[in-house]
Design a binder for this molecule. Structure first.
Ligand code: RNT
Ligand code: ZN
Length: 411
């Protein structure tokens, strides 16, 4: 079936062998926090705060680093192609309690060893939520200097840890900063918090650190901070544009319901040579559902591929569903991202671009619909086969077996 598909694609000028080689190389950065409902391993970890929420209590959440590593290893074994692991500062591994303003690379040594052993790159995030120093929902934009200083120190240390990942693993490390700062009700002054955030960022990014790709993640609103978000899209876009080496990260759940990040990628490409993403699925709100192979996911992938931006757009995932098996979430979500990239690579983008330039919209319309008839699934199955993965649904039974033997034994 693959050889037939290969021939069909050749008629459209597409070399499926090249595509398969390309697909295998494009890394998707998988968020560790799907494995344990964004709780992490701090000694005195409190509840998830900061306007984000996990809902559901499906059994089998990873309770410690070893369980999370085991689960991730198992999930990865069912996902073809290159992968990276995205960590949060709260996933430190330390015998003694360490506050966020005390963390060092040593607290992540086991993760570095794990990444080395599994050929993974590591990305990183300071954790500016679920902590008593988030005072009145504010961190880097707080009116209290001691609050800002605490988080500035945390973020500086986080960047150094990302730098250590880059050095040790020989690949870049995205260090993404997201803060929950906002107001429940209409503020009287929107500018002062933003000016304070700008000043905090300047202090955080002062130090130059090799191998780190710094990003700032904007948002519209969070639960409990519905009326105002300090780190809005315009704020960070402007900041990143003025600070070389700092990039805006686009999270697909952080815009108004009909506002799509697929539409923003090309705009950012005119300004930036890197665009980190958090691909997620928002259902009515920023709900962080596991990504489905839906229209927006396909459109995001098309924008990356068509614009020849596979090495500029750094694809990361950001979902946390606690109501279903977490390994299934990782496998299906990550496979969907990769499927979408494959589908985009298998489109005859050259002809369609030519159509557009020649204003041949009738051909473009019909031809772009014709692309949907092509047998991309056969090429996907071939990608699985080449990594000794089954092409049927038996991977699911493997996860159910793991659930029965391992996950269900966790309390
Ligand atoms: C929150 C942001 C942020 C978090 C993770 C856990 O709305 O999307 O990226 O989801 O850092
Ligand atoms: Zn995000």
């Amino acid at each position: 079936m693959y050889s037939e598909a290969k021939e069909i694609y050749a008629r459209y000028g597409i070399d499926t062998e090249k595509v398969l080689a390309q697909l295998a190389k494009v890394p998707v950065s998988i968020n560790c926090w799907q494995g344990d409902d964004v709780i992490g391993f701090e000694k005195n970890a409190g509840p998830l705060t900061g306007g984000i929420q996990t809902t559901g209590n499906y059994p089998g959440r990873a309770r410690n680093p070893q369980e999370l590593m085991n689960d991730f290893t198992f999930a990865s074994s069912l996902i073809p192609g290159a992968k990276r692991l995205n960590l949060h500062a709260s996933y430190l591994i330390s015998d003694r309690p360490k506050d966020r303003n005390e963390i060092t690379e040593e607290d992540f040594r086991p993760w570095i060893d794990y990444a080395k052993a599994h050929g993974l790159g590591l990305d990183f995030n300071p954790t500016c939520f679920s902590h008593p120093m988030v005072v009145n929902n504010l961190t880097l934009s707080s009116p209290h200097k001691e609050v800002r200083d605490f988080w500035i120190e945390h973020c500086r240390r986080s960047r150094r840890i990302a730098g250590c990942f880059a050095k040790e693993l020989g690949t870049y490390s995205v260090c993404n900063l997201w803060i929950p700062d906002g107001f429940k009700d209409t503020p009287a002054d929107r500018l002062s918090p933003r000016l304070r955030l700008e000043d905090s960022l300047n202090q955080i990014f002062e130090e130059k650190i090799d191998g780190v790709i710094d990003s700032v993640e904007s948002k519209v609103f969070g639960i409990g901070v519905e009326s105002f978000t300090v780190g809005s899209s315009e704020f960070y876009l402007g900041y990143a544009a003025r600070h070389k080496g700092v990039y805006q990260l686009l999270d697909s759940g952080h815009y108004h319901p009909t506002e799509m990040i697929s539409e923003k990628i090309s705009a950012l490409l005119t300004v930036f040579d890197r665009i980190p993403l958090h691909v997620t699925r928002s259902v009515r709100w920023d709900s962080d559902h596991v990504v489905r192979l839906d229209d927006e996911l396909k459109e995001i992938a098309k924008e990356i591929v068509r614009n020849d931006a596979l090495d500029k757009v750094l694809v990361g995932l950001d979902f946390f569903d606690a109501s279903i098996n977490r390994i299934v979430a990782w496998v299906v979500g990550t496979r969907n991202m990769k499927k979408a990239l494959l589908m985009a690579m298998l489109e005859d983008n050259r002809t369609m671009k030519e159509d557009q330039e020649a204003e041949n919209y009738t051909h473009l319309f019909a031809y772009s619909e014709q692309m949907k008839n092509l047998p991309w699934q056969e090429v996907w199955n071939e990608a699985l086969r080449r990594e000794n993965l089954s092409t049927d649904f038996s991977w699911f039974d493997e996860v159910m077996k793991y659930e029965k033997d391992v996950l269900s034994k966790r309390s």
